[in-house]
Write a protein that binds this ligand. Structure first.
Ligand code: G4P
Length: 529
């Protein structure tokens, strides 16, 4: 196996959460530990604020800033950590889902007060599709949250994963006194605003019956902790790391990101147990990081809206071999060789031109329209990486061309924007009505603006009464033909010519499913790969 040292050093992951649970704050604390930033508050500018929801230019401006922080690489205890940022705004959720295809593990932040929220559920579903290993950070323990046992039960049930507490909290809110580390039997006492280099007030215990525990916590809380630990230890025992790596069990940490409390314990465990760059499935065979030859795939394309810098950046996740500047690689979909003279990596906020990159790394490639999401680069082989799905959009609108002289530009613009993953494009089956599907209203604004400014095409949207697009297929060709014929107003083709059923409501969808047991309905396009 080649590049063993380089691969062994790398951990590539994402922090995900429902908005406001504390993702940005936790990211910042990680960067402080990694020495990538010096002051708190440095990451904040990256965040799309709530009040900006109706102003997509502002959001794009902030997204522009976030290109630099799309991938944050830093070293911690000789481990090279690639932290992939995911947009906080729900309208860009699909960006997040695709980013999850480029990581080897995730840290999921849950707000101890709100528990499992809508976006937590959806993100976790995406992780479960790929068995991505998950560590859970229960944040905001300094606030009066839910009872910890109830909260764990809720998470297990709602997210359908077994949990393994690694630390155990002593109270919450004003009474929050700290966490007990179930693994190394230390008690970490809570102080607000712990700084990154401070180990806090840590006391090691060989025996929880030690009187020192009563001294530190008071008799009532010490007694409670002893009872809790006995119960938790009795149920969970020691973490089996292979259960975590296979995505069956999620280790859980309690803390308070804003106070930098409980973060270091998690980061230390993370670098110990989080998976190295993993083997990945392709259309032809499994590709492993230690192979000689380069392979990688594009999981994100960022277009700059600033008319002075109309560049696009394709984000390539390196999966095997070594990426080198100025070397020719095979662009599988286009069947042509391409090379990159200015590839860059992301060390915290600076963009650096690089000479080489290794599995687990993300490389930024300047693109003039050659790439679309899911494209694969190799050193000659013709495979492509699978598992980069399109998810069903939730809002559908028909495209009405307002300027017939510009139909060509409109067509080209729509194709390019949908290649970038801004939205999905469908064509009415047997007709030529174009339908755009997105997860959020904002993307329609983005599309309209960009088509006008970049392609000179003006369009209008007509809302359509659909709520989901399901990719359909059947082993029975005749049944499939009948279904598409009878339901043709609800049938469309995606860009790759796969058939989708556009459902008006859950009721319609369930009815069609019940009436057509020979037709499979899927919420992602991945089935066709
Ligand atoms: P997000 O990226 O997941 O959307 O969340 P973010 O980190 O921005 O945190 C959301 C809010 O929660 C922020 O407050 C942040 O300061 C707060 N927060 C994060 N961690 C903790 C914690 O451990 N305890 C408590 N009590 N609050 C926490 P905000 O008022 O929305 O923003 P800001 O004015 O502080 O920037």
């Amino acid at each position: 196996m080649k590049y063993t040292n380089e691969i062994g050093k790398r951990r590539t992951f994402a922090i995900i959460s429902h908005p406001d649970a504390g993702k940005t704050t936790l990211t910042e604390k990680f960067l402080l530990f990694g020495g990538a930033i010096q002051t708190a508050g440095a990451v904040k500018s990256n965040k799309i604020k709530k009040h900006a929801t109706s102003d997509f230019m502002e959001i794009e401006r902030q997204r522009g800033i976030s290109v630099a922080t799309s991938v944050m690489s830093f070293e911690y205890r000789n481990v090279l950590i690639n932290l992939l940022d995911t947009p906080g705004h729900k309208d860009f959720a699909e960006d997040t889902y695709r980013t999850l295809t480029a990581v080897d593990s995730v840290i999921l932040v849950i707000d101890s007060v709100n528990g499992v929220e809508a976006q937590t559920r959806r993100l976790m579903e995406v992780c479960r599709m790929r068995d991505t290993p998950v560590i859970i950070f229960i944040n905001k323990m300094d606030r009066d949250g839910k009872n910890r046992f109830d909260l764990l039960e809720e998470i297990e049930k709602e997210l359908n994963i077994r949990l393994h507490p690694m630390t155990w909290p002593i109270n919450s809110g004003k009474e929050f006194k700290g966490v007990y580390n179930l693994d190394d039997h230390s008690l970490v006492l809570f102080t607000a605003n712990t700084n990154a280099n401070d180990d806090g007030d840590v006391v090691q215990f060989n025996d929880l019956n030690d009187r020192l525990l009563d001294e530190k916590l008071g008799e009532r809380d010490a007694l409670q902790l002893r009872e809790d630990v006995e119960l938790v230890d009795g149920v969970h025992g020691k973490l089996d790391v292979s259960d975590y790596v296979s995505g069956r069990v999620a280790p859980v940490f309690f803390g308070s990101a804003i106070n930098n409390f409980g973060v270091k314990e998690m980061l230390d465990t993370f670098i110990r147990i989080a998976p190295l760059p993993q083997c990945r499935p392709t259309s032809e065979r499994e590709v492993c990081p230690g192979e000689d030859k380069l392979s990688g795939f594009v999981f994100k394309i960022h277009a700059n809206l600033d008319p002075k810098h109309r560049d696009r950046i394709a984000f390539l996740r390196v999966c095997s071999g070594r990426f080198e500047r100025n070397k020719y690689y095979h662009h599988v979909r286009l069947n042509k060789d391409v090379r990159f003279s200015n590839p860059y990596t992301f060390m915290a906020r600076d963009k650096d031109i690089i000479e080489e990159a290794f599995p687990g790394d993300v490389v930024g490639l300047f693109d003039t329209g050659n790439f679309k999401i899911g494209d694969t680069l190799t050193e000659g082989e013709g495979f492509y990486f699978t598992g980069i799905p399109s998810f069903s959009p939730e809002i559908f609108k028909e495209v009405i061309n307002k300027d017939p002289m510009k139909s060509k530009q409109l067509e080209k613009g729509l194709l390019q924007l949908t290649d970038e993953g801004v939205a999905q494009l469908f064509t009415q089956f047997g007709g030529n009505k174009k339908i755009i599907g997105c997860v959020g209203e904002l993307q329609f604004e983005v599309i309209q603006y960009r088509l006008l400014h970049e392609y000179g095409a003006s369009l209008q949207f007509n809302s359509l009464p659909f709520y989901k697009a399901c990719w359909i297929r059947s082993k029975d060709q005749k049944k499939m033909e009948d279904f598409t014929r009878f339901k043709h107003p609800n049938i469309a083709e995606d860009k790759d010519g796969h058939l989708v059923y556009l459902a008006q409501s859950e009721w319609y969808l369930n009815t069609e499913r019940n009436n057509n047991p020979d037709i499979e309905f899927h919420f992602t396009s991945e089935i066709h790969k």
